[in-house]
Design a binder for this molecule. Structure first.
Ligand code: ADP
Ligand code: SF4
Ligand code: MG
Length: 271
């Protein structure tokens, strides 16, 4: 079983990329489960065709006995993909990180995911707090991919996530599988992301163009793989899925300083 996590700044395209990659894995005949670890709860929307109706934390809250059954929290999406949302607290109340700990502990105790070929965690990476580090700290995921554009704040979040991976790699199996570049059309973005990845002791595993088909598919609550299966963009996601499946170049990252990040952005942004 491959245990993968996508991390990255909020709004950078983690859930869109994760859902398309999950769809591509399932086309390859793999049994896939995608787990959203973001209080937004929308990780699996494009696979389910709607917002998840019951998150793990909803089920825990609604249960009078504290018992939660697998069928309460595992929802079936496109191509039979298993979809789970950890859920989060009411806005302004409680700790979202704690919610992820509760949700993942519960999933482990249910042990219904042991048959899967691939488990893909989609994790918010703005706050590298104890809660959001759980998927890597507790060994739930070993192969980490960071989604980033060439914008400074996205690179800043990516670099922080790399610091977390470096720390936990020292005592476990967690490794960085690569940077997934999701374009925001900034200057020389691919070259910038290639150098960023290389300086992190990683590689840019895929550069994903910014494309209207992603927005059209989103409006129709579908992945690009489902909405426009013959498009070039669908092939980009299939390509990424194949590279992730075959990847055996996973490394311990070497994060940059903030000044180094700024210089990197300046080097490509000014040319
Ligand atoms: P995150 O999960 O990181 O918060 P989302 O996957 O929800 O981010 O994406 C944020 C927005 O960006 C969505 O509206 C999505 O459709 C859009 N988006 C993501 N990737 C692309 C892309 N390659 N081209 C065009 N729009 C994109
Ligand atoms: Fe919880 Fe993390 Fe927020 Fe701290 S930073 S309150 S651990 S979600
Ligand atoms: Mg998301």
């Amino acid at each position: 079983m491959k245990k993968i996590a996508f991390y990255g700044k909020g709004g950078i395209g983690k859930s869109t990329t994760a859902s398309n990659v999950s769809a591509a894995f399932s086309e390859m005949g793999k049994k896939v489960c995608q787990i959203g670890c973001d209080p937004k709860n929308d990780s699996t929307r494009l696979l389910l065709g709607h917002i998840c109706k019951q998150t793990v934390l909803d089920a825990v809250r609604d249960s009078e006995t504290g018992e939660v059954a697998a069928e309460d929290i595992i929802h079936t999406g496109f191509h039979g993909i298993k979809c789970i949302e950890a859920g989060g607290p009411e806005p302004g109340v409680g700790c979202a990180g704690r919610g992820i700990i509760v949700a993942l502990d519960l999933l482990r105790s249910l042990s219904t995911l042991e048959e899967e070929d691939i488990i893909l965690y989609d994790v918010l990476g703005d706050v590298v707090c104890g809660g959001f580090a759980v998927p890597i700290r507790e060994g739930y995921a070993t192969d980490i991919y960071i989604v980033s554009s060439g914008e400074l704040m996205s690179l800043y979040a990516a670099n922080n996530i790399a610091k977390g991976i470096q720390k936990f790699a020292a005592r476990g199996k967690v490794r960085l599988g690569g940077i997934i570049g999701n374009s925001r059309n900034v200057m020389q973005e691919k070259e910038l992301l290639e150098e960023f990845a290389q300086r992190l002791n990683a590689r840019l595993i895929q550069f994903i163009p910014r494309d209207r088909s992603v927005n059209q598919a989103e409006v129709n609550r579908q992945t690009v793989i489902e909405w426009a299966p013959d498009s070039a963009q669908a092939d980009v996601y299939r390509n990424l899925a194949k590279k992730i499946t075959d990847n055996n170049e996973l490394n311990v990252p070497t994060p940059l300083t903030f000044a180094e990040l700024e210089n990197l952005v300046m080097k490509y942004g000014n040319e």
